[in-house]
Design a protein around this ligand. Structure first.
Ligand code: XMP
Length: 324
């Protein structure tokens, strides 16, 4: 793509001009498309004066942290450190069932862990004056919550928005002029695989908001397994690209079932899939019932701890895409 090739060169020059010959940048890499493309651009501009940190909060999907690390270290020469902070996050969330408190706790913990890592880098002589952010043009023009009206917060969104003030850093935002589809084109230009660029959105607070009520390591593990099977079925059926977002939710409800000649009493798993243009409104996806039946059978047979599966037929509004 000619325009993206030109944009890439121009953006790299702009980063060099802003950061200068000695400046250092730190970046919170989430594995999402925006932070990934921002990091790759900055990496091309200043090489190892960029330090990336992946905070593994223990709330990612199956194998996700590892896949992100592999991609960036095997295919790119990116300075990336993955921090396993799952114990801290899970301990901080233990016993908490209020959705807003869960979201805020995760946001606060994220800043805490990131700041600590930034300090550790500074002690190694890698003191950063700049913070990279994957801010897009729509975030620049409309800084209100994209789920609610201007005066109502439906959900506290978790991103790195609180970091710059706290850390007294200048922002490097190479995607500020771009829309999402342009970021995807730029990602392609930078060599990111299509499978990565076309991934469904994933919320910052991760699986914690897909375990309504209190979370635990055990529940997260059950959810992770169910979610992986569900997405595997979606891919096998060739439906992944038709769907805006699909995921499993582990309900805090146990029901009675029968397996062989025994009684079971296990959790209910809800499956969600929606079509949408921008996440602001959404329709539930109309699956063929056979697809749902097969996915449910696989989940119940393969995941210990789930004995019933339901499908969410709520659109947005009145529902939101996530359950919390
Ligand atoms: P809701 O549930 O509000 O979600 O209909 C709309 C879209 O936003 C995603 N989402 C988030 N993304 N941080 C994010 O980066 C968050 O805290 C967050 N909460 C929801 C959600 O997955 C959907 O794509």
């Amino acid at each position: 793509d000619w325009s993206m090739a030109a944009y890439r060169e121009q953006a790299i020059q702009a980063i060099r001009d802003q950061v200068g010959p000695e400046g250092r940048v730190i970046c919170a890499l989430s594995g999402g498309v925006d932070s990934s493309v921002a990091a790759l651009l900055i990496n091309e501009a200043i090489g190892d004066r960029l330090s990336c940190i992946l905070v593994d909060h223990g709330l990612m999907r199956m194998g996700e942290a590892q896949q992100v690390v592999e991609m960036f270290t095997e295919h790119y020469n990116l300075d990336l450190k993955c921090i396993d902070a799952s114990d801290e996050f899970i301990a901080a969330l233990e016993g908490e069932s209020d959705p807003e408190i869960k979201r805020k706790t995760i946001g606060r913990m994220f800043i805490e862990v990131f700041e600590r890592e930034a300090k550790a880098l500074a002690e190694q002589g890698k003191d950063a004056q700049f913070l990279a952010q994957g801010t897009l043009y729509p975030d620049v023009i409309e800084s209100v919550s994209f789920t609610g009206g201007p005066s109502v917060t439906i959900k506290s969104h978790h991103n790195v928005g609180g970091l710059p003030e706290r850390m007294n850093m200048q922002l490097v935002e190479p995607l500020r002029e771009l829309f999402k589809d342009e970021v995807r084109l730029l990602g392609k230009e930078l060599g990111l695989p299509d499978s990565f660029i076309g991934r469904h959105p994933f919320p910052g607070p991760g699986l914690a908001i897909r375990c309504p009520g209190g979370i635990s390591r055990e529940k997260l593990e059950i959810l992770r397994q169910a979610d992986a099977i569900y997405l595997d079925e979606i891919r096998k059926a060739g439906l992944y690209d038709e769907i805006w977002q699909a995921f499993a939710v582990l309900l805090p409800v146990q029901t009675v079932g029968v397996m062989g000649d025994g009684r079971t009493y296990e959790f209910v798993c809800a499956l969600r899939a929606v079509t949408s243009v921008d996440g602001m409104t959404a329709d539930f996806y109309h699956y063929d019932m056979n697809f749902l039946g097969n996915a449910a059978t696989r989940i119940i047979n393969e995941v210990r701890g789930i004995n019933r599966v339901v499908y969410d037929v709520t659109s947005k509004p009145p529902g939101t895409i996530e359950w919390e």
